[in-house]
Design a protein around this ligand. Structure first.
Ligand SMILES: Cc1cc2nc3c(=O)[nH]c(=O)nc-3n(C[C@H](O)[C@H](O)[C@H](O)COP(=O)(O)OP(=O)(O)OC[C@H]3O[C@@H](n4cnc5c(N)ncnc54)[C@H](O)[C@@H]3O)c2cc1C
Length: 365
């Protein structure tokens, strides 16, 4: 049977990974359609679970392990009146809990692999899905805000504007042994993500308008205070507006949305791209099955199956993270109770095991 042509629109992490994963299937002819290369580099890091790290290994022929910094420990802190409570620690002696990579370096590696595998990239700005008529399946990986989604999907999403921004950046340091940590501070959650021996990145979610003057100084003072250090060097500060957007419909006819366009969630738990990777795994599985039976994607229930199998986990995770974020927000009535609740959390081994399992494998086991 003739190969079915797949057009993947967008060359962010979602588009590049989808192209490489689907290109493995002998029934498909994969092409990427993306805008001209941008000048602005994505100076963020991403934390992925151990099971998603294995998926990276399966998708890329030879993966340079040095690009993924492993973490055996994750520590969670809560800032109550003047003191910080270390309310939960995940600690593994023999297994890595997660891996952290630099987005721009991994995008370079994925682009190199795409070249090596001779996957065609068409440089074009797509304005409507009708521009993609030649493809048997169109996969829109256009990031969170594309107007094209509205022309594909009419139903309303689950939406919220957090009225917050995530401040991100890199920190050079001389701290001996630094672990992946999340500090639930009064101003908002601040994550510390080590990605090499002397470098970590941070993600600090704060209210819009927070410290507009001398932001670098404010960030440096806060990080020095929580880590009890004096000398650090901060670079690459960037800011991202934060919203929640969970689509209720994933596809129409032969057009599918994937990546941040399907679920934009709060970065507090570092789960956004982890969900995307699980979506890609599932999409590959269903397309392999139906095209392997000799069915055309259009006449098969492939997209319906994909949507049925992924939607609940994506919505539950997005809403669950939203609730967690709300719980840690400052609240005069709830704050005295939080100390008591969090002290009990640290004693509950079952809860620890469940949360470790879910963040590695997701909910759809
Ligand atoms: C601050 C922050 C920290 C995060 N940390 C984590 C983490 O630790 N762990 C985790 O799992 N997730 C994390 N995430 C989520 C993660 O960054 C995203 O899931 C991931 O980047 C996937 O993005 P994407 O490829 O869907 O979209 P994008 O990166 O936005 O890519 C969209 C692409 O589409 C292209 N494009 C757009 N319009 C057109 C058009 N009309 N025609 C052609 N091309 C077009 C763009 O040029 C771009 O290349 C974080 C998110 C934020 C905001």
């Amino acid at each position: 049977m003739k190969k079915q042509r797949i057009g993947i629109v967008g060359d962010g992490l979602a588009g590049l990974m989808t192209a490489l994963a689907l290109n493995d299937l002998p029934t498909l002819d994969v092409q990427i359609i993306a805008k001209k290369n941008k000048l602005k580099k994505d100076k963020r890091t991403t934390a992925i679970s151990a099971s998603n790290y294995e998926f990276f290994h399966r998708v890329l022929d030879k993966l340079d392990k040095k690009l993924f910094w492993p973490s055996k420990k994750i520590n969670l802190f809560y800032e109550s009146n003047e003191k910080k409570i270390n309310f939960l620690n995940f600690n593994e002696d023999n297994n890595n809990l997660l891996y952290i990579f630099e987005n721009d370096k991994i995008k370079d590696i994925l682009n190199r692999e795409i070249k090596k595998k001779k996957i065609k990239i068409i440089r074009k700005n797509i304005n409507k899905s009708a521009d993609l008529d030649e493809y048997n399946l169109k996969v829109l990986c256009l990031g969170r805000n594309s107007k094209i989604y509205q022309s594909v999907i009419k139903s309303r999403s689950i939406e919220k504007d957090y009225k917050e921004i995530a401040l991100t950046g890199y920190v050079k340091h001389n701290i001996k042994d630094i672990s992946t940590s999340q500090f639930f501070l009064k101003e908002g959650p601040l994550a510390i993500l080590p990605f090499s021996k002397n470098n970590f990145s941070f993600v600090w979610s704060v209210k819009k308008g927070f410290a507009t003057e001398n932001i670098a100084f404010t960030i440096k003072s806060k990080i020095c205070e929580i880590l009890k250090v004096k000398n650090i060097n901060i670079t690459n500060i960037q800011s991202y507006p934060l919203t929640l957007n969970l689509k209720r419909t994933y596809y129409k006819n032969d057009v599918l949305i994937l990546g941040e366009g399907l679920h934009t969630i709060h970065p507090v738990a570092g789960q956004g791209f982890n969900l995307v990777l699980r979506d890609i795994k599932k999409l590959k599985e269903v397309l392999k099955y139906y095209t392997g039976l000799g069915m055309s994607i259009k006449s098969s229930p492939a997209l319906e199956d994909f949507s049925n199998q992924r939607k609940s986990e994506n919505i539950i995770t997005g809403v669950g993270i939203d609730l967690t974020h709300n719980f840690f927000k400052q609240n005069k009535l709830l704050d005295p109770l939080k100390d008591i609740i969090l002290k009990n959390v640290s004693k509950n081994d079952t809860l620890k095991k469940i949360s470790k399992f879910i963040s590695n494998q997701g909910l759809s086991i």
